[in-house]
Design a binder for this molecule. Structure first.
Ligand code: PFF
Length: 455
């Protein structure tokens, strides 16, 4: 089986693929808002510490599982704990979670595709706030259009996955990530040049320790968790395509830094523009689909073509960021079906495409005709989002660190993280990394779980 397995070409390819999964809607619509809301530079500092000392060890645990088993996320648990039913059931969790997530993630991906089309046809020129709210409200509640764009978005994603690990995922990520960085830098420079941008910069950089409460730590950790795509079998699956010669400590660190850098750049691209037109920043889809189009229309009063160009670049950034993440979510199920159910990549893609497509339709319709259908009091979209990010992903991440810290043989873990002792620096760091995996990360995840239940 090992011979047939595809693998990423080298370090750059590995980091680009992982960064593709990490950099997504979470960096654009949640992080910038959280920074301002929870204490500016003080929050960024807490976020960096949480990412490096807690989320990165979880990432490394998933990497250890994936690369040592060289198997899909379900198969990895069966290979490493062949006799245990409990661990096998976590294997199923790793497959199920990304399938649920991609179904509704692709609905938002579809919205960004539609908004890119709107931007290309100068749709935000000479409109006002009321009009933009109406455009958004009408769009998400009329059934066929968001459905069509959801299907279109999912079709593009599955096509990339169908092309395979090297020709599809690796190639697409290697082009997309540098492009995403280039585009976000262009928007940042433009945003910082707007009159009144200073207030937005202050909102982001002024450390305000009075806003830091115990809950801030949980929010920072939760966000870095979400952003690095942990607890969903993605890192396990992608790591199974990483060569045995690669230094997974370095690729993990490179991914965390790229993800952080992009989130910070996105903050400086968005907040100065938000403040420059004098509106309140808020998180969630509203920021991307209501607030920003309003900003583009405001800017367009004096410079319609430049603002339309910025709008096109912005929605292209959102779309590409969503695509690189959705392919990583889809690959988990596809790899499972190929290796465990012996389907061809084509059939596996078709099965994943149809199942996530149909589930996504329910999410999409929950903004319109199905808005009355509630699961535990929430519309389908909101329920799936909350259930997967608060419960399934957290449980998956906890399972991964406990598995590596408490179930796997320490020598196997050491060999994986140090390439059999040949990486001297990693050998020196192993004690610290292992401590973080075994004690610090599980405790932190349990703390998040508890705070989710309470709050
Ligand atoms: N890490 C990506 C993001 O921040 O958007 C992908 C992702 C993570 C999607 C977690 C969905 C999710 F629940």
């Amino acid at each position: 089986m090992d011979k047939e397995r595809e693998s990423f070409a080298g370090r750059f390819s590995v980091i680009m693929a992982f960064a593709g999964s990490a950099i997504g809607l979470g960096n654009i619509w949640r992080f910038p808002y959280m920074v301002g809301q929870y204490g500016g530079a003080a929050f960024v500092l807490i976020y960096i510490i949480a990412s490096l000392f807690l989320s990165l060890p979880i990432f490394l645990s998933e990497s250890v599982i994936g690369r040592s088993a060289r198997s899909n996320a379900f198969g990895a648990m069966s290979v490493l704990a062949p006799k245990s039913r409990v661990w096998k059931s976590f294997g199923y969790l790793f497959i199920l979670t990304p399938m649920i997530v991609v179904s509704y993630y692709s609905v938002i991906g579809g919205w960004s595709l539609d908004y890119l089309c709107k931007a290309c046809t100068l749709g935000f020129v000479r409109t006002d706030a009321a009009n933009i709210n109406e455009i958004f409200g009408n769009f998400i509640s009329t059934p066929w259009k968001p459905l069509l764009f959801h299907v279109l978005f999912l079709s593009i994603s599955i096509l990339i996955v169908f092309l395979g690990v090297k020709t599809g995922i690796e190639k697409f990520s290697k082009i997309s990530i540098p492009l995403l960085f280039a585009m976000i830098v262009v928007i940042t420079v433009y945003s910082l040049s707007l009159p009144g941008a200073r207030e937005g910069v202050e909102y982001l950089v002024k450390p305000d320790f009075s806003k830091v409460t115990p809950a801030t730590f949980s929010y920072a950790l939760g966000q870095s968790f979400y952003s690095l795509s942990l607890g969903m079998g993605i890192i396990i699956t992608y790591s199974s395509y990483v060569s045995k010669k690669e230094n997974i400590l370095v690729t993990g660190f490179g991914t965390a830094v790229s993800d952080l850098l992009f989130a910070i750049l996105a903050s400086f691209a968005i907040m100065p523009a938000v403040f420059s037109v004098g509106i309140e920043p808020n998180a969630g889809p509203g920021l991307i689909f209501r607030t920003l189009p309003f900003i583009f229309s405001k800017m367009g009063e004096s410079l319609p073509y430049i603002s339309s160009l910025v709008a096109v670049i912005f929605f292209l950034t959102v779309l590409v960021a969503a695509l690189t993440s959705s392919i990583s979510l889809l690959e988990v199920g596809v790899a499972y079906l190929i290796e465990e159910k012996h389907l061809s990549r084509k059939t596996a893609c078709l099965v994943v495409y149809l199942s996530t497509g149909v589930l996504g339709m329910l999410s999409s319709l929950s903004f319109g005709p199905l808005s009355g259908v509630r699961i535990l009091g929430k519309p389908v979209f909101d329920f799936l989002d909350a259930f997967s990010s608060n419960i399934l992903m957290t449980a998956g991440a906890l399972a991964a660190v406990i598995f590596v810290g408490w179930k796997m043989n320490k020598k196997v873990v050491r060999d994986e993280l140090t390439n059999g002792g040949s990486l001297k620096m990693n050998s020196g760091l192993f004690g610290v990394v292992y401590f973080l995996i075994k004690y610090a990360a599980p405790l932190a995840v349990i703390a998040i779980l508890i705070s989710d239940f309470i709050g």
